[in-house]
Structure formats: C-alpha cells, structure tokens
Design a binder for this molecule. Structure first.
Ligand code: NOJ
Length: 535
C-alpha cells in the first residue's frame, strides 16, 4: 500500500458505522460489525472506506459534535476495535479514512464547559465570543431551517458564542495558536494509529474576519496548508479530502498549488447530474465541467451522487432549484434547508434505468467516485425520521426481521414497504445477476479495469442535446461513453473520426460505431475502441 497517488483513481464508499452492522445485539452498528462485513466491500470492489464520526459525542448532529477527539464512543467499540478494523481493511488492500471535524466541537466538550464557566480559563479563548450578536453581520446561516443566527447567548458565560452549524456546535477559535496545535495533534493521533487520511468536515469556516463572508479566508487556507505540510513530512501517502460546498473557482483554491488538499468533493457537478436528468438535456453537466479549471497533477475530485446529508441545491440557480424540488421532492417534508433529504433510489422513483444511468455518469466521468452505503442495493429512506436521519437507516443485509443488521432492536425505525429489507437486501441481490448490486459491481470493476477512466475527457458531438457523450482516454486506451438522459429513444450522430469498431463493455459484444447510433430511453454504453481503431 505504498502508491503515493492511490487516491487519484480509487473507488470510495461512505459508511455510517452506526447503521452498517451491529455485532453485539444492542441495536447499534459498531466497529466489529463493520469489520465482519469487509469481505462484502472487497467483493463490491471499493478501494477506500470513509467512516462517519465515531468519536464520543452527545450526538446532537450524529457525531459531528465531538466531545473527545482522542476516543471512540463506547457504543461503537474501543480504540482496539478500530485498530483491528484498520488492520483488517489493509489486509484486504482497502484503505480507510475518517471524519476530521476541525471547525467546531460539541458544547459538551470539556473545553467548552471550561470556557463558559470561567472567563479566565485557558479554554475561554478556544472559542469565539462576543458581547452582542452583531459581529460578522450578514454571514449566511447554513442550517437555516433551525438556526436563526450564527450567535447564541450562553447564560453561564455571559456572552454570545459563534457557531456556523447547530448552536450545540460552538466554533473553535483558530486565531488561538493552542487550538491550531491541538488540532495538529488530533491529526497525528489517528494517522499514527494507521488511518489513511481524513474527510475534513467544513474546512471553509475556520477563521472569521469582520467585513467578509467568513468563508475560505486566506488564514483558513494557510492553516490547512500547515496540516498538509505536517502530513507530508510525517505521514506521506495519507490524504485530506475537502468538504467545501463552493463554486469551482473557489473550490479549486483548496487544491492551490497541490500543497493543500489532495481531494475535494465536486459539489458543483453533483446537482447538475440530477438537473440534466430532470431536463433530459446534457448541457448543465457539460457547462459545469467546462467551467471547472484544471487541477494540479497530484490532486483529484471526488464525485458523488448522494451522501449522509441532504442533496444540497446551494450550487444551482433559483429556477433550477424549483425544477429539482418539483421533480425530486414533491412533498414538503422531503425538503431540508436548500436540499432534498432523500436517498438515491426514491429520488429516482426506483427506476432502475435512471439509477443505472446516473451511476454510469458517476463511474465514467473524471474524478474518484464515492458511493453512499446502501445505494448500491437501491435502499430507501424513512421520512418519518427528522433532519437527515431518514437517509441513515440500517443497512439491509438479508430478509430477516431487521434486515440482518441486528439481532436486537435497531436504534432507529428501519425503512419499510417498497424499499424495506424484504424487498431489497444484499443477500438476495448477490444471488441474482440481474440485480442492481450486480450492475453497480460491474461498473466498479470496469472502472478499475480500464486506465482510460483515470485519463483525459473529451466531449464527443452527437448533434443531440439529450445525449451526453465523451471519450475517456489514457495511454492509447480509448473508451467512448454515451448516455441518453431523456425518457424517449434518441439517436446520436457520430462524426467519421469516431466511426470505428469497438466492444460494448457491458454486453461484451462487438459494437460498430456508425454514423447514427440509436439509444434506448435512459440507456448508457461504454464502448472500448479496438486498439487498431485508435491508431
Ligand atoms: C458537514 C457534515 O456532512 C454534516 O453532516 C454536518 O452536520 C456538518 N458538516 C457540521 O459538522
């Protein structure tokens, strides 16, 4: 496991440890449960897993509110269990990254408790305080459905404290050198244990300055680079992945000269995949990728369809958002903040053609794809649960009463009905070559088999706006990808330059690329050009 650029063409898989597999019957998923399921992940073909926060936490934000940066919440197991998990993933050639929440702690963290209790405590200055709530006026509120201000009054402290997320998540004060050192030590602690890197939560908001929007400030970038320098010198090969929901031009600042983040989620692309499908038009995907500047050679995008949060629509226009809400969130309870709190399969009405089509885009466009646990089997959501918890329900392993997740009573109400474990689960789908799981597994294996998917991208004109077509190429290997985004059959007109002989990678049949190709509704093709044809 020494390849330094391993992340540049890797398939990632995001896991809620809480919801994945319970090993001891207490109804809550745990590290041992996840370790039991690594063979499944190996068969699926993933290269790296990302585990959501497992730190001790009062869970006002599902663990993104950390009360101890150096521990594992006992409900998930122990540090030894984590070590066992790390070793077991590595034995299978899989890497493992975890969440690093720099921006804020839980209000239950001893630092905050000490800070609020005593103005003279050394911890007071670990947080951002003010006598009124007028400082940094105009800074946007992220959890706008719940929070009305980024300041909250703390009775005990006799001051307001600053928070970009829930008021139970006070922001750390990165102007304090001790906070900077503390967080470097946190990074060291987990890397020493063998973790392969971090999905860095909310890196955008570390510093505040009056008169700015308090996002992506130069001081913030400077500190993130400091972490990177430490990682490069002490733990080469470990990665930092940025969770920053910004437009491409701001987002690429997180790569800078290849000396800040190794990876960043491609937030602008994600909603446009859904937009393109809703419009039956390829243009929004093309436009955003054309507008995305090139990134340094040692950096990579992480592409995704869904994750544990709402499908955020911050990066689209008001009209586009309306269209997407209409199409994908027809009931008010499906909307959260500016996004959609549903899983992939229900968003797409459980239409296998659409589900496979968006996955075709995910696995064939540039960037390292990341799958959200359960989306490979078309899991559903539970809208009765509040906030984003409806998309974090127990993984459905088999058709036993609680889907094989636990022998006890699950920590939350599982998904029932059309998407329940009786209808969709790993065991059944593994047995059936026609299942969605097999389709996704096939895409992952093709993606890994052909280096072209880590190579260049060139749009291929088809004269048809409903068809998104492109050539992926590397070292003389060329793959033509065709996606019909519309609900009706379409034809693609291919110029003579591409009229060659190839092989359809899904059917394994030879495919002659002729002047006119007819594409079924929502169909996709990955056609490898025969070597002689590319010369
Ligand atoms: C982003 C995480 O993805 C989200 O789940 C969390 O609520 C916020 N950051 C705050 O940590």
């Amino acid at each position: 496991m020494t390849a330094p650029l391993w992340y540049k063409n890797a398939v990632f898989y995001e896991i809620s440890v809480r919801a994945f597999k319970d090993s001891d019957g207490d109804g809550v998923g745990d590290l041992r449960g996840l370790t039991e399921k690594l063979d499944y992940l190996q068969t699926l073909g993933v290269d790296c897993i990302w585990i959501m926060p497992i730190y001790p936490s009062p869970r006002r934000d599902d663990g993104y509110d950390i009360a101890d940066y150096y521990g594992v919440d006992p409900v998930y197991g122990s540090l030894d269990d984590l070590k066992t998990l790390i070793d077991a993933t590595h034995q299978r050639g899989i890497r493992i990254i975890m969440d690093l929440v720099l921006n804020h702690t839980s209000d239950a963290h001893p630092w905050f408790q000490a800070a609020r209790a005593d103005r003279n405590s050394p911890y007071r200055d670990y947080y951002v305080w003010n006598d009124d709530d007028q400082k940094y006026a105009g800074v946007r509120i992220i959890f706008s459905d719940v929070e009305k201000s980024n300041w909250s009054w703390d009775e005990k402290a006799g001051q307001y404290f600053w928070h970009r997320f829930y008021s139970t998540q006070p922001d750390l004060n990165f102007d304090n050198p001790r906070v900077q050192e503390e967080m470097l030590n946190v990074v060291r602690f987990w890397l020493e244990m063998g973790i392969d890197g971090f999905r860095v939560d909310a890196p955008t908001y570390l510093f505040e300055r009056e008169g700015t929007n308090c996002e992506s400030l130069p001081e913030t970038h400077a500190y993130l680079k400091r972490i990177r320098r430490m990682i490069d010198s002490e733990f080469p090969g470990a990665i930092m992945l940025a969770e920053s929901n910004q437009w491409p031009r701001e987002l690429i600042q997180y790569f800078d000269q290849g000396d800040e983040f190794h990876m960043a989620f491609n937030f602008p692309l994600m909603p446009r995949i859904f937009l393109a499908l809703a419009q039956g038009q390829a243009s929004s995907i093309k436009k955003i990728l054309n507008d995305t500047p090139a990134i340094p050679a040692n950096c990579q995008w992480t592409t995704f369809l869904r994750n544990h949060d709402e499908l955020t629509l911050e990066m689209v226009t008001d009209e586009e958002r309306q269209l997407m809400w209409q199409e994908y969130a027809p009931e008010p309870q499906m909307i959260l903040n500016l996004g959609i709190r549903r899983r992939l399969a229900p968003i797409l009405n459980n239409d296998r053609r659409k589900i496979e089509l968006v996955n075709s885009l995910l696995f064939s466009l540039p960037g390292s794809p990341i799958l959200y646990y359960g989306d490979e089997i078309g899991m559903g959501d539970n809208l009765n649960l509040p906030d984003r918890y409806g998309v974090r329900t127990p993984m459905q392993w088999d058709d036993s009463p609680y889907g094989g997740f636990t022998t006890g009573a699950p920590f939350t109400e599982p998904v029932q009905g059309e998407y329940g474990s009786q209808k969709g689960n790993v065991a059944d789908q593994l047995k059936s070559p026609n299942s969605q799981l097999w389709a996704i597994r096939k895409m992952i294996s093709l993606r890994k088999q052909y280096a072209a998917f880590g190579g260049s991208l060139e749009w291929v004109e088809t004269g048809n706006p409903a068809v998104l077509s492109y050539m992926r190429e590397k070292d003389g290997e060329s793959i033509l990808v065709l996606n019909n985004l519309s609900a009706v059959a379409q034809s693609a007109h291919i110029s003579t330059a591409y009229q060659k002989t190839g092989r359809d990678l899904f059917s394994n049949q030879s495919a002659a690329i002729s002047e006119q190709l007819n594409l079924d509704p929502y169909s996709y093709h990955w056609i490898k050009l025969l070597p002689s044809a590319t010369s």
